[in-house]
Each structure stands twice: as C-alpha cells, then as structure tokens.
Design a protein around this ligand. Sequence first.
Ligand SMILES: Cc1ncc(C[n+]2csc(CCOP(=O)(O)OP(=O)(O)O)c2C)c(N)n1
Length: 685
Amino acid sequence: MSTEPNNLDNLCINTMRFLAVDAIQKANSGHPGLPMGGAAMAYVLWTRFLRHNPGDPQWPDRDRFVLSAGHGSMLLYSLLHLTGYDLPLSALQQFRQLGSQTPGHPEYGLTPGVETTTGPLGQGFGNGVGMAMAERFLAERFNRPGHTIVDHYTYGIVSDGDLMEGVGSEAASLAGHLRLGKLIYLYDNNHISLAGSTDLTFTEDAGKRFASYGWHVPRVEDGNDLAAIGRAIAAAQAETERPSLIMVHTHIGYGSPHKQDTFEAHGSPLGEDEVRATKQALGWPLEPTFYIPDEALAHFRQALNRGRAWQAEWQQRFDAYVKEHPALAAEFLRLLQGDLPDGWDADIPSFTTDKPVPTRVASSQVLNAIAPKLPTLIGGSADLNPSTQTALKGQGDFQSPQVAGAGTQGAVGGVWGYTGRNLHFGVREHAMGTILNGLALHGGIRPYGATFLVFSDYMRPPIRLAAMMKLPVIYVFTHDTIGLGEDGPTHQPVEQLAALRAIPGLTVIRPADANETAVAWRVAIAHRQGPVVLALTRQNVPVIDRTRYAPAEELARGAYVLAEAASGQPALILIAAGSEVPLALSAYEQLAQQGIAARVVSMPSWELFDQQPQAYRDAVLPPSITARLAIEAGVPQGWHKYVGLAGQVIGLERFGASAPFKVLFEHFGFTMDNVVAGALAILAG
Ligand SMILES: Cc1ncc(C[n+]2csc(CCOP(=O)(O)OP(=O)(O)O)c2C)c(N)n1
C-alpha cells in the first residue's frame, strides 16, 4: 500500500497544515508542530469516519471529537472552517486575538464545534471518557428494540503530554475497566514534547501500559499513510469491548526542512524563512497566505451534505421513537434541555430538631429523595461512598454488563450494568473531575462527584475548567473542617474553602444544618450556569430551631439574618458558615443574657450573596454596623470582605491536629466563650 496520499487528499491535508502555519505566523504565536504532523490522521478521521453535522453542532447523536492536546488548536479550527461550521476564514485570520473565536486553546461555548475546553494536558483525555460513559448510559436508558436513538463514538487526539499526565492514566484505567468500546483515541506519537525528545523522560512502553489497562492498541507506523490510519480506525470501531488507543507514529512539524522532528516545531511560529522553505518543500504556493484550493474546500464541504443526511436519518428514527415511546422521547428531549420535571423536589425531607445530624447524612437523604424524579442525576465518589454518603440506593452500579457481577446486586443495590446510576471512580479524584466535565458536556446527564473536601485539591484543574465552561457539575465535598477529628491534619481541610471560593464562577455552599443542606441541594440542582460545591460535615451538627430563627429557605440568598437582636438594633454582627453557625447562635444567646444586642448572619455561600441586590446585602450587613465577627474553621482569607477593617475573624491559620473533634474545636478556640470574648473585644474597640 502506497503511503503517498493521492493528489486531492494531499491537497486537503496540506491545506490544513498551511492554514495552521499561516495563522500561527500571522499571530506570531502558537503551536504549528501538532497540526502539521497530525493533519493526515485528523483528515482521515474527519472526512471518513466522524459522523457530525457542521450545520448543526448540537445534533444530539453526533460523534464527539476532543482535541485533548489543545495547544494544537489550529488543527481543530482549520477542520471546523473547512468542513463548514460557522467559523469564517476571517476568524482563523484572527487567531489568538482579543475577542476572536479562535483563542490560543479551544474554548467550549465560544467556537461552534468545540466540544470542550482543552489545553491543560490530560483534561480532554478524561472528558472523552466521561462523554463515552454518558453515551453508554443514555443508550441503555433510552434505546429500545428496533429504536436506537443514542449510538455514537467519542474520538479524540491525544499527545505525549496527555499520556504523561497522571490524570490520563487514571482516566484510561477506568475506561478500560468500564469497557468503553466506543471510545477511540488517536495518539500523536511523535516522540517530541515541549522541551525536547521524549527520550528525556518518557521511555516506557505506553502501548503495553494501555493494553494492560484493557485497551485495544493498534499501531500505524507512518502517520501519513491514510489507508493504514483508516484501517486502524475501522479496527477500533469493530472492537466493541475495549477502548482504542491508535498509536500513530507522526513527525512533529512535518514538512519543515529545519524544524521537523524537533521541539522547535512544538510551540513557536516557524518564522518567515522556514514558512517559505516548508511551503517549497511540500509544493505549496508561497502566496496567498491562508490559501484554500477550491477542490480542497469542495471536498471538505461534502461534510455539510453528509451531515445533513445523517442527522435527517437520525431524525426519522427519532420520530418513529416518538410514536412508539412518547413518554421516553419527551423525557429525552427534556433532559437535553436540562429542564426539571414538575415536582422534582416534592419529596425533599425536612428535619426536626430532636437530634443532631451530620450534614453529609442529611445530604444523603435529600439526594435519595430527589433521585427517583431525576433519572439522569448520576454520580458517585472516589471510593468514598460510605464516608461521603453519596450512594443512590437501589439505583445500580455503572459497570460493563460484560464483566463479572453482571445482573447481580451491586455495591449499592440495583442492577450492575450501564443503566447503573452509581459511578464508581475508584481512588481517582482527578479523573473523576475530568469525567464529570465530560458527562456534563455530553448533554442529558446531571453529574455529581464526591470526595473529602481536603482532596478537592486533587481535582482542582477540572473544577477550574468546569467553572470556565459554566458546566452544571455538583461536587459533594464532605469532612469539611477539623471537625472530622481523629484523621488529623492531613485530612483536615484548612485552606480548601478559600481556594475554592477563589475560582471565578464556582458556587460554594456550606450549609449550617440539615435543613440548610436540603435547600442547598435544591439550589444546586436548579443552578445550571456553573458548578456548585456542597461542603458538608462529617460530625453531628444540631438542627437549628426554625420556629425561633429564620427559615432555612433563606440559604438561597447566600446569607441571611438567622437571629436578630431583640431590640432590632444590633450593636454587633456575628457571621458564620456551616458547623460554626450553631456556635455563633450560642454566643448570641450568651451575649443577649449580658444585655448585648447581636445579630447572627448565616452565610453559607459568598457567591450567592454577592449576586443579591445591594439593598438586600445592606439589609443583612448594614454598612453602619462595623462591629462584626466572622467564625469559620478555616483560613480567614477572604472573610475580611464581609467583616470590614473594623471586624475580626476567628479562623484557623495553621494546620489541624489528630484528636476527637470536640477536643479540637476547644483547642483551636471554636468555643462559645471565645466567640463571646472576641465579640466583646470588638465592641470595646
Ligand atoms: C498540565 C499541563 N502542563 C504543561 C503544559 C504546557 N505544555 C503544553 S504542550 C506541552 C508538551 C507538549 O508535548 P506533546 O504533548 O507531545 O505535544 P507536541 O509537542 O507533540 O505538540 C506542555 C508541557 C500544559 N499545556 N498542560
């Protein structure tokens, strides 16, 4: 088989290469190496396999494509423009410029056809695993005999960096275990990374590693051999039991006489001279730049007709499905819209004051009360279900139906298979975060993931990306302070709340008691404009008497007056979150006995509060009352925004310790006496 592409193929591939080269040269910034070396494999995938419709990037059953090596963004932008997405050539000419649709790395929501934001290596790899899981779950839930409405592949291009990053390994291990046979990655195996040859750091047999994860690992020896690439993708499609990593041996910066196969092609423009030399070497006209031969464009644009036909054929199938299974079809469409069914929250319990409840336990009851009404609310934890209390009881385990245990009772009750709503991520927080993003990006799914708050650090990169992409992911982070007790400082979060609150667009909610927890779930489910963290206690906290104090529903405003001074004229405001709210309440009662008028503000969420109208914020925290004391068992950082220069914070500016939680609260000054003393000191000026 010849490795020389025929003329039209060659023309098309070189069109892709030089759109990237020219755009990067014009911007004087970017990564030409990957688009040049990977153009051929991307071309084969996009023109011969990928079932997409450039005319409707939202077609629900399109194949998904993830460019995990996001630095190669010009490869994707070229394909999007050439195949007919709503991305004009002028957008490519504005590569990396302010306000353009072609930012340095692909950004979800900005450019039609970009399925996820990539750039931080390894993230896209995990996103694709999440998308493939979503496809399996929805297929099992919605397809019926003779009616297949969910049936697509998830493809990706991954690079050395994606395979080096630990998160890629975590996600790959899980994908192999779950037998995600419709996940197909092309590995741009060019032996070069940013700073040099992979010989410097990456000499393992990655193919064997993936094989041991349970992946199918075909090889393509020449990354310009279109037929071999096509055969490998076809073989990957035929392999239904294992995900595929197609190891394509490519040359970074292919065609550049002086930079091919060197790291210099990775992340800098080729330079005018080398652009010229490369065009000459590959027989490309020097002028005009951004040249797109008519035949090449016509060939790529066949994607429009093909895509329209594919989608029309799917629509016919869907119409037949509507006739046969109207209720399911309506549910499918509703889920894609992200709409909530009427009465979805009708069964949320309310909690009585007779016994204290850890907010993680309250959360479990709420989650299990709403789950029956929200069929694609799916999630799980990083091997911590008994601790985070995030199992959906009786809703089955998401597992391959082919592996041992199929049809048996799973870990949480219910069927073991792709219908299972409990996702078991294993001890892989980072992959969990990327997979949650993939599940949300796919559409139709409402994902949640859980771990200890302290281990949110292990998944901070995907949380950040979820916020950037405005994805409706819910994180259940339990064991939220030193209140977790004996496990000690390694497990006790101190700076994590501040670190999470620092992420723009992430809503952090730290409810004070069981009833605030119920409202927090209501808010989290209704909130679709970005991710939400629920920070919950391991330890018991009293259920606040709402006949004496303000209703828990006020949580939705982020902060509210929980207890007002009897006179209505507070001299001092105590502000607290989570398990420190009952402490503030007891100090308030004590101060009242001493004739001091205080107000208690429960402040479960800074972000929700900051979104309230100024008048409301001023009503809760009147500017005239500058005597303020905030109490939270974490670093004080950030609380000064609410207590002001005259206020104080009782926080924790060191790591915790291993002891029973009551001893720790006492030891670190989270006591009624200390709060009262702090309040008196502020009032004394
Ligand atoms: C998590 C993360 N770390 C570091 C980088 C910076 N970076 C961008 S590309 C790259 C490595 C490039 O090597 P490879 O993945 O093989 O891509 P190629 O050189 O083949 O284009 C690095 C370190 C990044 N984007 N993400």
